[in-house]
Ligand binder design. Structure first.
Ligand SMILES: [Zn+2]
Length: 196
C-alpha cells in the first residue's frame, strides 16, 4: 500500500525518533508499504518519520544511482542492488574531508541543493530480522545513508545550507508546507486548509 509522504513543515519530521523492538506492531507490513511508497516516488531512501512515524527506521536502495556514468565502475557496482533496512541505527563515526553533492528529499519536492557531508561513515544498526551489524560506507552510499539517518534525528538537508540559502528558500518551503507544489506522488501537507 502506498502511504502519503509527509511534507516539509510537519512536526513529525522534527522529532528525535525512538528505537523500536521486534514487538513493534505489524512491522513487516510497514516495511513492505514503505518500500512500495519509496519506489512509487522514485526515491533512493525513505525514513519512517516521512510516513508519519517517529521511529528509528529507514531504508535505502541506491540502484537508480548505479548507472551514473560519472562514477567509477567500482562505485557503480557497489550502488547496484544495495538495498537495506536500517533499524535503531547509530552513526558511530564520520570522517574525511567534506564534499558537496546535490541532494533532494521526497518530503521537500522540487528543491535540490548542494549539501556538504563527510565522505566516510561507520554505522551500527539492526536489520529487519533484528540482527546487529556495524559497517563502514563511503561516497554516494554513505551520503544516502547520512541523509536518511538525519531524518530519524529530526534533521532535514535544508538545515545544512548557508544562512543566505535558507533565507532564499524560505518562501518556497512555506509553499510546500501548504501543498502549493507539483508532485506526482501522494503527500500529506501540514498547513493545508481543512475542508472542501
Ligand atoms: Zn529526505
Amino acid at each position: 500500500m502506498i502511504l502519503p509522504i509527509i511534507a516539509y513543515g510537519d512536526p513529525v519530521l522534527r522529532k528525535m525518533a525512538k528505537d523500536i523492538t521486534p514487538e513493534y506492531p505489524k512491522l513487516d507490513v510497514l516495511i513492505t508499504n514503505m518500500w512500495e511508497t519509496m519506489y512509487n516516488a522514485h526515491g533512493v531512501g525513505l525514513a519512517a518519520p516521512q510516513v508519519g512515524l517517529p521511529i528509528r527506521m529507514f531504508m535505502v536502495d541506491t540502484t537508480p544511482f548505479s548507472d551514473d556514468e560519472d562514477l567509477s565502475k567500482e562505485e557503480q557496482e557497489q550502488l547496484n542492488g544495495f538495498k537495506k533496512v536500517f533499524i535503531n541505527a547509530k552513526i558511530d563515526e564520520e570522517s574525511g574531508k567534506e564534499w558537496d553533492f546535490n541532494e533532494g528529499c521526497l518530503s521537500i519536492p522540487d528543491i535540490r541543493e548542494d549539501v556538504k557531508r563527510k565522505p566516510e561513515i561507520t554505522i551500527s544498526y539492526l536489520d529487519e530480522g533484528f540482527k546487529p551489524h556495524t559497517e563502514t560506507y563511503n561516497g554516494l552510499l554513505a551520503r544516502v545513508i547520512q541523509h536518511e539517518y538525519d531524518h530519524i534525528q529530526g534533521i532535514l538537508f535544508t538545515d545544512k545550507l548557508s544562512t543566505l540559502k535558507k533565507r532564499l528558500l524560505k518562501s518556497r518551503l512555506e509553499k510546500i508546507s501548504k501543498g502549493k507544489t507539483n508532485v506526482d506522488y501522494k503527500m500529506r501537507f501540514p498547513n493545508i486548509k481543512k475542508g472542501r
